[in-house]
Design a protein around this ligand. Structure first.
Ligand code: GDP
Ligand code: GDP
Length: 438
């Protein structure tokens, strides 16, 4: 789900950009807009308490019919409002309500978006409240005195704003973790399922999944619920009820698409095959968290080095999922089967994780100072203005840059490595979007 958008509306010179920069906490060095683009809508990431959202400055709104740009300005404001969850109408506390403010207020009342009135330039507390009172006249509810320059009053305004944003996806969604067991035929998926269900007592009876014929199994442990997806597809291939295509690759792909975490089962005896590599690519492509399960560990003759040799070998052949944790188990003896859910928990948590914009930009600044973006042969250098996490499951970070073409694959991988080194994201893919200015 994309971040909610908050539109900033108001006449020219009331302090919209000052307030936006204050809300977005944008440091001077990474201000996104430059002269010449101020009439465009500019989106800035902002956060308050545990919520992130985007602020869009609509440019100065005027209803004066003499204005040459009037239709354009109105259209921009309307476009911004159409996608916004809420609007902040900024007015100038020093001038008091003007005719222009009343016109905008009347127009805003007709829009299907909740509006908060921020009375800017209210530096002095007592005086500010008096200044703000005058704006009850706009008929848009309680006016909030703020100072874009000093930052005062913005906390109350933002508390109110959070109430208007749609509920956060992570909170709405149940904390059930959806798990798919995937792997080539005969690697031991159904054996694992049995071992798994056997070692985790409280089983809720199988329940129907969303796809036809898919039966899910619910397992509980430590108060958490795990939905094992399409267990009918894993069990009992001998059954005459199902045709051969029932166990096909499509079925596995569907299960992966529905999962939070994929248990990717490999056969220690066979090692990594080409089919395994394809499946790894698919898991990464679908953006699912993943745990690598190396099964049949009981059947391997080992010394102290064996596990490391296996790990190195498997990693070198499965780079699509080189971020996944690996566990060596035996479905047959039950060895380490119980530890699997611990890794599932880590993967699911990281998959849903949200990192604040300030932390992301700290990592970026650090990464850039160690290793500046290379200059191309044409003498142009890539610049990263800022980054912000735009969604979860998997965590996706947008990087706003001067021109994405200036960043080589090597440099992109370097930045991704820095994010992983500083922030972890163990067990989950991480998406980076390199966005240029239009
Ligand atoms: P915009 O055209 O609405 O984006 O307004 P700006 O942010 O460019 O601000 C217009 C003018 O108001 C500038 O001279 C700012 O310095 C001033 N201004 C902005 N915020 C405040 C504030 O909180 N207090 C005071 N006293 N002046 C402010
Ligand atoms: P599936 O096709 O992936 O569901 O694989 P199965 O669970 O049906 O297992 C395929 C074969 O591997 C069966 O003969 C199992 O007995 C055997 N197998 C499964 N897990 C293990 C294990 O941990 N160790 C050993 N030695 N054999 C196993």
């Amino acid at each position: 789900m994309p971040l909610p958008i908050v539109a900033i509306i108001g006449r020219p010179n009331v302090g919209k950009s000052t307030v936006v920069n204050r809300l977005a906490g944008v440091q001077e060095a990474i201000v996104y807009d430059e002269p010449g683009v101020t009439r465009d809508r500019t989106y800035k990431p902002a956060y308050w308490r545990d919520r992130e959202f985007m602020v869009v400055d609509t440019g100065g709104l005027v209803f004066d019919d003499d204005t040459e740009f009037l239709p354009l300005i109105r259209e921009q404001a309307l476009t911004a409002l159409a996608e916004a969850s809420a609007a902040i109408f900024i007015v100038d506390g020093m001038t008091g309500p003007t005719g222009g403010d009343l016109e905008i207020a009347e127009w805003l009342r007709q829009q299907p978006v909740p509006v908060l009135v921020a009375v800017n330039k209210c530096e002095s507390v007592e005086h500010g409240i008096m200044q703000a009172m005058e704006f009850w006249e706009l008929g848009l509810g309680e006016p909030y005195p703020v100072s874009g320059i000093h930052g005062s009053g913005t906390g109350d305004l933002l508390d109110e704003l959070l109430k208007l944003l749609p509920p956060q996806e992570d909170l709405v969604e149940s904390d059930e973790i959806k798990v798919a067991i995937a792997g080539r035929p005969n690697v031991g998926k159904s054996s694992l399922l049995n071992a798994f269900v056997g070692s985790n007592r409280a089983i809720v009876s199988p329940i129907s999944g969303t796809t036809r014929d898919a039966i899910d199994t619910l397992v509980e442990r430590d108060g958490k619920t795990y939905r094992l997806i399409d267990t009918a597809g894993i069990r009992k291939k001998k059954s005459v009820e199902y045709g051969p295509e029932f166990f096909g690759i499509n079925r596995a792909f569907k299960a992966i698409a529905r999962a939070d975490v994929v248990l990717f089962v490999l056969d220690a005896i066979d090692g990594v095959t080409e089919q395994d590599q394809k499946l790894a690519g698919r898991i990464e492509e679908e953006g699912r968290a993943c745990v690598l399960i190396i099964n049949k560990w009981d059947a391997i003759e080992k010394d102290n080095e064996t596990i490391y040799e296996y790990e190195r070998d498997i990693r070198s052949r499965l780079h699509f999922v080189d971020w996944a944790e690996m566990i060596f188990i035996s479905a047959k003896t039950g060895q380490r089967v119980e530890k699997i859910l611990d890794l599932v928990n880590v993967g699911a948590e990281q998959h849903r994780r949200r990192v604040t914009t300030s932390v992301i930009n700290e990592v970026l600044e650090d990464a850039i100072s160690w290793h500046t973006p290379p200059t191309t042969r044409g003498g142009r250098q890539g610049k990263i203005y800022y980054g912000t996490q735009v969604s979860t499951q998997p965590p996706s970070i947008a990087l706003f840059v001067n021109d994405p073409d200036l960043f080589s694959d090597g440099y992109r991988r370097y930045i991704e490595r820095q994010f992983r080194q500083s922030l972890g994201f163990t067990g989950t893919p991480l998406r980076l979007f390199w966005r240029g200015k239009k």
